[in-house]
Design a protein around this ligand. Structure first.
Ligand SMILES: [Zn+2]
Length: 150
């Protein structure tokens, strides 16, 4: 597994910012809203660069104890900057499997829910308010090297 360090994650995020297109700014803004305010905009950008489709992420402890889920065998941990330093990993909803049978679709324990399963939206954070100006401010700070990771 290719694990980031703080330096490699910062470099990766900066490289993506350097070639971001207007369409991608729009896509990231939508992802940043869905990912919620618990994560900094920097961390939401880091997640988006690693998994553009991620909309609900949590750390392993939260998945295990609050949602009774385990990462799938091929799950890809997404690196973010941790307040307890330097990095921690979160998993996207698509990469975890429930330890119990789904109540809302025919998925058995350990199986992936159907794409339209209403349970897929469980626990989704309140959407954050993010506009494209804020995203541009982050992108410019990344390019100037003035964005504080985390
Ligand atoms: Zn389901």
């Amino acid at each position: 597994m290719n694990r980031h360090t703080l330096a490699s994650l910062t470099k990766h995020v900066t490289n993506v910012a350097a070639r971001i297109t207007p369409g991608e700014i729009e896509e990231f803004t939508e992802a940043a809203r869905a990912l919620g305010e618990e994560l900094s905009l920097w961390n939401r950008f880091a997640i988006w660069t690693q998994r553009p489709s991620a909309r609900h992420v949590a750390d392993l402890e939260t998945w295990r104890h609050e949602h009774l889920c385990e990462p799938a065998p091929d799950a890809v941990p997404l690196a973010v900057v941790s307040p307890d330093g330097p990095l921690m990993h979160v998993y996207d909803r698509a990469d975890v499997r429930s330890l119990t049978a789904c109540q809302a679709c025919p998925a058995e324990a350990g199986e992936e829910c159907e794409p339209t399963c209403p349970a897929l939206s469980f626990g989704v954070q309140d959407p954050a308010e993010v506009d494209e100006d804020e995203v541009m401010t982050l992108v410019l700070a990344l390019l100037r090297g003035t964005a504080q990771p985390g």
